[in-house]
Write a protein that binds this ligand. Structure first.
Ligand code: HEC
Length: 237
């Protein structure tokens, strides 16, 4: 009878250690995590800082289309990789960034760029003393032939409809079924990706929500456990 009890103790022990290490210890470390709201930056509520509520339906489209299979949403600490150098974020991402997300879309591999901060913008002082809001994500060098003039909604629609028109060797799938052909009213819609004299190809409601979701992704606010590694003025121009 001694052997079965050793076996039972072993199985139970392995189970108890796993639950302790993977459930209980993380729970004690993270369960009491609170959102950090920097009131002095003009934020009125957590949703001003955390992107969770800005485009919930767009997030559903992002999940349904499986964008997270190739695009992660996590920025590594500068000492573990060049993510901040690539312009993917101003700092590493931490647990507090995902506090409102039921299932954080961290992703497990990167075939395309990380999207944790796709909609990151910053106010940058101009020579004449005024301030201009500029897109900071992937802030490529001005001379980079592949740098888009702006990563706005219209550019996202073009990329979504056929990435190969923008990057000839793009491995990003095209999502043509998120577009529909409509008759042109007075003039083509500014969001149309193609048109002839009578018809235009315009984004569906899903594509619009998806673009808004991408542009809502901004986790550049400073957190006490993750200080800003790249300030706008230091970022690559
Ligand atoms: C099979 C892998 C894969 C999937 C799935 C995928 N992408 Fe991509 N994506 C890529 C790769 C690789 C690139 C880099 C090449 C490029 O920019 O076209 C990219 C680039 C992009 C870019 C341009 C980024 C830039 O440089 O500005 C956007 C926007 C984008 N993807 C959106 C999406 C969206 C939205 C989805 C889901 C509807 C999606 N991708 C699904 C692989 C993928």
């Amino acid at each position: 009878m001694q052997k079965p009890s050793i076996l039972f103790t072993g199985i139970f022990g392995a189970f108890a250690i796993s639950v302790g290490a993977m459930v209980l210890i993380p729970h004690t470390q993270l369960a009491s995590l609170q959102p950090q709201v920097t009131w002095d930056e003009g934020a009125n509520s957590p949703s001003d800082i955390y992107p969770h509520e800005r485009s919930a339906t767009g997030r559903e489209v992002y999940v349904a289309e499986g964008c997270f299979y190739c695009h992660s949403q996590q920025v590594r600490d500068p000492q573990y990789g060049p993510d901040t150098e690539r312009g993917w974020g101003s700092r590493r991402t931490v647990a507090r960034d995902y506090i409102y997300e039921d299932v954080p879309l961290l992703g497990s591999q990167r075939l395309g760029p990380d999207f944790a901060n796709f909609g990151w913008t910053a106010k940058v002082a101009q020579k004449d003393g005024s301030e201009k809001t500029v897109s900071m994500w992937r802030n490529e060098h001005e001379d980079d032939s592949k740098k888009p003039a702006a990563r706005n909604e219209r550019w996202i629609y073009q990329h979504l409809y056929n990435p190969r028109t923008l990057f000839s060797d793009s491995k990003c799938p095209s999502y043509r079924y998120l577009f529909e052909t409509k008759e042109i009213g007075e003039k083509p819609s500014p969001n149309a990706v193609a048109h002839n004299a009578k018809f235009q190809i315009v984004p569906t409601h899903e594509a619009e929500r998806l673009a808004q979701y991408l542009l809502s992704l901004d986790r550049s606010h400073e957190l006490k456990e993750a200080p800003t590694a790249i300030k706008p003025k230091e970022a690559k121009k």
